[in-house]
Design a protein around this ligand. Structure first.
Ligand code: ADP
Length: 137
């Protein structure tokens, strides 16, 4: 069994797509192990997006990700990391097929509804970053 870290991004929260996105995950057979709404502080956001912190578009991503609280979710299933990313579609929502979460609700490469860990190693680090051990069930 794998567990992955999901963030329902500000566009997902403010446009009211959280219910549908979580329903898609549950219908796919993924189990919710943890769930909480949080505001992303500067330190947490910089840690989470360390791999893009030097990119010219990072300040815009920071503003977007802090524009409303996000919902962090820990999801468990066999092969969940790859399966979630398939349900999401590619990073750029404009390239995402209809029927994928980003294809249905995303706007562009930045405003793309959901973050999901991209590997088992990343998931382990990200889960510890966002959840205390007694917040996972
Ligand atoms: P993913 O979230 O699909 O794993 P990345 O880790 O490459 O993608 O990027 C992290 C986040 O940074 C993306 O989800 C998106 O919100 C934002 N982002 C990535 N590339 C760009 C870009 N070229 N312009 C603006 N924002 C971007």
């Amino acid at each position: 069994m794998e567990t992955t870290l999901i963030l329902l991004k500000p566009d997902c929260v403010t446009k009211g797509h959280c219910g549908d996105v979580l329903q898609r995950f549950e219908k796919a057979g993924f189990r919710i192990r943890g769930c909480k709404m949080i505001r992303l502080g500067d330190k947490l956001l910089r840690e989470h997006y360390a791999h893009i912190a030097a990119k010219p578009f990072f300040p815009e991503v920071e503003t977007f990700m802090q524009s409303s609280p996000v919902i962090a979710v820990a999801l468990e299933a066999d092969g969940v990391i790859e399966k979630v990313r398939a349900l999401l579609g590619p990073t750029d929502s404009k390239k995402a097929a209809p029927g994928t979460i980003r294809g249905d609700y995303g706007v562009d490469v930045m405003v793309n509804v959901v973050h999901a860990s991209d590997s088992l190693d990343a998931a382990k680090v990200e889960l510890i970053r966002f959840f205390k051990s007694d917040e996972l069930f």
